[in-house]
Design a protein around this ligand. Sequence first.
Ligand SMILES: Cc1ncc(COP(=O)(O)O)c(C=O)c1O
Length: 438
Amino acid sequence: MTTKNQEHFYFAKHDTVALANKYGTPLYVLSEDILRQNIRVLQEAFRDVHFPIKISYASKAFTCLAMCKIIDDEGLFLDTVSSGEFYTALVAGIKGEKITYHGSNKSIEELTYALSNCVGCVVIDSEQEIPTLQQIAASLHITQPVMIRINPGIMANTHERILTGKADSKFGIPFAEACGAAQKIVAEAPNLRLIGLHCHIGSQIHDHEAYVAAASNLIALYKDISARLPVCLQEINLGGGFNIDYLEQETLFDIKGYAKALNQLFLKHFSDGNIAMPTVGIEPGRYIVGPAGITLYRVGVIKNLSGLRKYVNVDGGLYENPRPAMYNAEYRLLVANKYNQPKDDLVTVSGRCCESDTLFENVMLQQSEPGDILAVLHTGAYQQSMASNYNRLPRPAVVLLKGSESEIIIRREEKEDMISKDSVPSWLHAETKGEKDV
Ligand SMILES: Cc1ncc(COP(=O)(O)O)c(C=O)c1O
């Protein structure tokens, strides 16, 4: 039996320094126990509501075969936005019927692939998509359930670049044009069956007011369309976007409060019995997987620029976490092998890419030295899934923790992976060395 090292930071009962030494750095670490716990919190929050609840996991936050298996095992539905996400889900054993397909510019090939594999629902994002989808469904001799993504014109309280439900947005059909789109489906698309309305107003949203405003708009539209058109709507999907507490002073989205507010709203609008209570859909990604992940780095070069700043360089960077560069995302971090020491050093943590590559600017950290392990918290969402090979840097591994076990679920890329999709045109062959020669 191992004794707990008091100096080390433990995550989900695992010594993070030992994990870094065993699997190497940079390393994404994901806790299955925390993941499942987060799902339970969502399920519990909606347990007593008066509408049927449909919880989907937004796989763009993080996906791989193991993740899909956990989601399926917990009974959730899945939201996908590309053939890659859809294929991953199918290979993991998720049935097409449990998957929703999104996207603001879906290709004919990916729609054909999704429909051929019995996708549960396609969320139509533009009027242009209607004839395309109709043609594909007709050629496959199927009737495809669809929803319309509405742009409800709502400003939510979050970063500009992850705000998707405001009037000026590439996503969805503007509220004022939604009834026309529904009419078009009914009149011109006999192989499409309109089953509901969808919206997603943004990500990392801190309170539920904007959701309730969007839901009110969608309810009015739902009733209007149901009254005017020969359709049988069943679902209002309000998307994901619940914030997590990246920083200590932030509070986690009040999911119970949200469930309660929606319950009141839907009871008010649907208890007269004129129209049946719809299913309410939610599609969180970050809320489920964000707090279940951490990232481990090894400290390398430290540069103290007198009177300016102290740079602590780590072996990751914007190639494996583009969020700080994209929208100034901030995180909590600590030196994992000096967990109990005071955070009394003001530093800027830099990555190894060829821009300034500031990962964490002006943060208080324990006194660090080369070889230390840095742990960054709440990195489970939109980090690995957004990683690239910029500078031909191989992407880190993902290790999954369950109880006292740990196992790799996405292997670390090697330098050989960096050329695995390259090819050399015939006129350059003579000058190319074989892989074995280098
Ligand atoms: C349509 C849709 N649903 C759900 C989500 C998940 O958002 P979050 O991870 O913030 O919950 C997104 C994120 O962009 C989205 O575009």
